[in-house]
Design a protein around this ligand. Structure first.
Ligand code: GDG
Length: 487
């Protein structure tokens, strides 16, 4: 199994004489004003938490957008601050955006154009020239911030995700001393979908500034290749996959992201006395079965379908009424976007409807907690929940699925996982569902909750081995290796 030490040793060798820079939209630490002074908070979420874990091990620089209301008060004149406060393991360089820039770049182009364009969930992307201009401008700000940090030395820049598709080319155009690896954390659509985007060529050209582009799954690699071939006429080499475009060569591969197995296990060790009473203490839940869901509140996560599955499950298996609770931890996300506002309302209405349909004076089937909880708390809930429901309609990977498997006890928990997550390819022994098929998914929930202990242990062990082997450190090593291969 690959460890943090392996990554440190590997990075020291591979990145010798090179500055390590991570470019990512979201910062993992924010500074906020409180009555007791400025406090530091860790933000919730996916990709930036993975990259924080890596930077804490090997050091370097992270460039990200400032989002805390006291962020500007703690940075130096180059907008830098050392994080985390005790370890001071790496430098966080913040980019400060005006509201108009954030609106166009983040709430506009990134999350109302690219996000729905890349996820097959039938939400129409919105194309706005004003948003595109802001997206371009903010990508340039990232390029400026990175170039400002470079002197004569060479650098390796790890670009993250759909917010920064133009950055690789912008960097390559300005410096020949930068090697760029880009990881695209969300799906890449088929050409039939991608071709509707007015800026499709610019997006592809931007990304092809990378020496390497990583995706979670092979079909994302294939879709990207097909888009680049049909839009830009790139020459495709398949062994290994690389695209030749003008003078540039970009390698592509799928490198499914892992999680920090050790960090989570160590955190759990400190909470090993937790038992099911935690649900009673925190929410008054006393039922025999508790099923958990943990997500950003996003239409890609299939939250409406999930509620319908629970409704159908209680209808079809009435013996579970009063014995079953679904606890949903839903972190509010992108709340300024109309589609997300509507989703929140729809969830609220459906929860109320289902609770009204089944509840008795002593029981309600659904608890929906719409706020961000501390990470440790989520791990405690994972540990004791009887099942975890992941119902994404399309998802690059889904880290929650992996976290749940390693936190839950092998003989008790069971993951019910949408086939449409990248994680489903790594966690083949989960109970796999098509979340659009409500009836079958309700049956799957029944079989997960009533599964014989032996089978449960066997399935969980197989998943645990896969997660342990393909952990975050292996992912990072593979990513860096692929970027420098044949250079
Ligand atoms: C993108 C891609 C890909 C959730 N609620 C709270 C909280 N979380 C944490 C979970 C998990 C993370 O957020 C969510 O990760 P996902 O992978 O499920 O989803 P996205 O945010 O959509 O991430 C995705 C990922 O990038 C990485 O490549 O897997 O496909 O869409 O870690 O535990 N954390 C805390 N409080 C909460 O309330 N602290």
């Amino acid at each position: 199994m690959t460890t943090a030490d392996d990554l440190i040793k590997f990075a020291k060798k591979a990145l010798r004489n090179k500055k390590f820079i991570v470019a990512i939209q979201r910062e993992p630490y924010i500074h906020t004003e409180t009555p007791d002074g400025i406090k530091l908070q860790k933000t919730a979420g996916g990709a930036h938490i993975l990259l924080d874990g890596i930077l804490r091990q090997i050091g370097g620089l992270m460039v990200a957008i400032a989002s805390g209301n006291a962020d500007s008060q703690v940075v130096d004149k180059h907008n830098r601050v050392l994080v985390p406060p005790k370890e001071k393991a790496y430098t966080l360089k913040r980019i400060f955006l005006k509201k108009k820039e954030l609106d166009g770049f983040y709430y506009g182009f990134a999350n109302q154009t690219l996000w729905p364009l890349c996820h097959a969930v039938f939400v129409k992307p919105i194309f706005s020239a004003a948003w595109w201009d802001m997206y371009y401008k903010v990508n340039e700000k990232f390029a400026d911030a990175i170039i400002e940090e470079l002197d004569s030395e060479e650098a390796f820049v790890w670009v993250n995700d759909y917010h920064l598709a133009l950055l690789p080319k912008m960097l390559k155009d300005r410096s020949s001393k930068i090697t760029i690896g880009t990881f695209w954390h969300i799906p890449w659509p088929t050409h039939e979908i991608f071709r509707i985007c007015p800026w499709r060529k610019e997006l592809l050209q931007g990304l092809l500034g990378s020496d390497f582009i990583g995706f979670h799954r092979g079909y994302h690699v294939d879709n990207f290749t097909e888009c680049a071939r049909r839009e830009l006429g790139v020459i495709v080499d398949n062994e290994p996959r690389s695209l030749e475009y003008g003078q540039s060569q970009t390698k592509l591969a799928n490198i499914p992201a892992g999680i920090d197995y050790h960090e989570i296990k160590a955190k759990l060790e400190r909470h090993k006395n937790i038992n099911r009473r935690i649900f009673k203490t925190h929410y008054g839940i006393t039922t025999q079965y508790t099923v958990i869901g943990v997500d950003r509140i996003d239409y890609t996560k299939g939250l409406i379908e999930r509620l319908k599955i629970i409704d159908r499950f209680l209808e079809k298996y009435p013996e579970f009424q009063e014995k079953f609770t679904y606890l949903s931890i839903g972190a509010p996300s992108r709340i300024h976007i109309p589609a997300y506002k509507a989703l929140n309302r729809e969830i609220f209405d459906l929860v109320e409807k289902i609770n009204w349909k089944y509840s008795t004076s002593a029981w309600q089937p659904i608890y929906f907690i719409d706020r961000v909880l501390p990470r440790e708390r989520i791990f405690e809930y994972y540990r004791v929940a009887d099942a975890c429901l992941v119902t994404s309609l399309d998802d690059g990977m889904n880290l929650v699925a992996k976290e749940y498997v390693i936190c839950s006890e092998n003989d008790k928990g069971m993951l019910i996982l949408s086939k449409f997550t990248g994680a489903a390819k790594d966690l083949k022994t989960a109970v796999l569902i098509n979340p659009y098929n409500i009836d079958e998914s309700a049956d799957a929930m029944f079989s997960a909750l009533t599964m014989p202990k032996d089978e449960r242990i066997k399935r969980n062990k197989a998943m645990e081995v896969a997660i342990k082997e393909n952990n975050i450190y292996k992912w990072a090593i593979d990513f860096i290796n692929k970027t420098f291969e044949n250079l």
